[in-house]
Design a protein around this ligand. Sequence first.
Ligand SMILES: Cc1ncc(C[n+]2csc(CCOP(=O)(O)OP(=O)(O)O)c2C)c(N)n1
Length: 317
Amino acid sequence: MDHRAAGLTDGEALATYRWMLLTRRLEERLALLQRSGAFPLALSSRGHEAAQIGAALAFQPKLDWWYPYYRDLGAVLVAGSTLLDLMLSSFGKATDPASGGRQTAYNWGDRRLNIVARSAPVAVQVPQAAGSALALRRQGSRAVVYCSLGDGATSQGDFHEGLNFAALHRAPVVYICQNNQWAISVPFGRQTAGGSVAQRAAGYGMPGITVDGTDPFAVGAAAREAVDRARRGLGPSLLELRVARLDSHTSDDDQRQYRSQEDLGEAAARDPLPAARGYLRREDLLPDDLERQWEVDILSELDGAERRAREAPDAVP
Ligand SMILES: Cc1ncc(C[n+]2csc(CCOP(=O)(O)OP(=O)(O)O)c2C)c(N)n1
């Protein structure tokens, strides 16, 4: 989608891509660190960046509340987590803002930023986000709640209970389903009746919208509308962002065991990074030197964060 049609200035379009690039480079560093034995788990967000950044930028950090799921690296960055915060969490250090290194990595949380740590069962955050949203409204807050989940999580009872409760009470929450077509090794078609997540919203009387999750500007436009609706007291929405999962479920998984070469090739072709970059280049918005400078800056930020995280005290046993 043309970024102007999505209501963004040239500067905002560039900033969107800068966030996507930061997310990608951080993900790559965490994967490398895991492979080198620095910590046990890495969980890839590659392929989801446009969805995460496009959606998260529609919210107001520090005012709004966040229930991100484990793949939502880009959203926690936009919410205000620093590279150091996220490294501390992956390294399991005592100063990790989520849990002092006690929680499994990728279950991020930060009291300072209204990011609520979820627990491991998928979809538990859906009713929690509904409850928080209702509480915020009763306190007279203008805050809206961001709650993300995968497509597999929509098979859980919590998903349906949460949507029902949120809609019934007009809770100011936006549900962001990042549909990558896989729940570990189970394809979408083998666990989701009806073929659509978004359509399920109709049963609860809330808007349900399907968006190309590889287009950050289309996602942003849909998310801003949903946030605005929630802020005006009109209740929750469900966005289904269709994305491609480029990597295995986690660093403990090998997707070549259950995905065909053809499927992997189709996913790779839907990588949102080169698509967004190509768009900005065609629009003459992303000069070579700016891109080079960003890469240099991000590399140095990552090096600094990694060094400080390595030096930080370990979690207390
Ligand atoms: C209730 C529950 N069942 C099973 C699991 C194991 N599990 C962890 S992640 C996952 C896949 C979820 O897939 P999806 O919601 O599509 O998100 P994705 O990882 O694809 O982004 C499963 C089955 C779990 N954490 N909780």
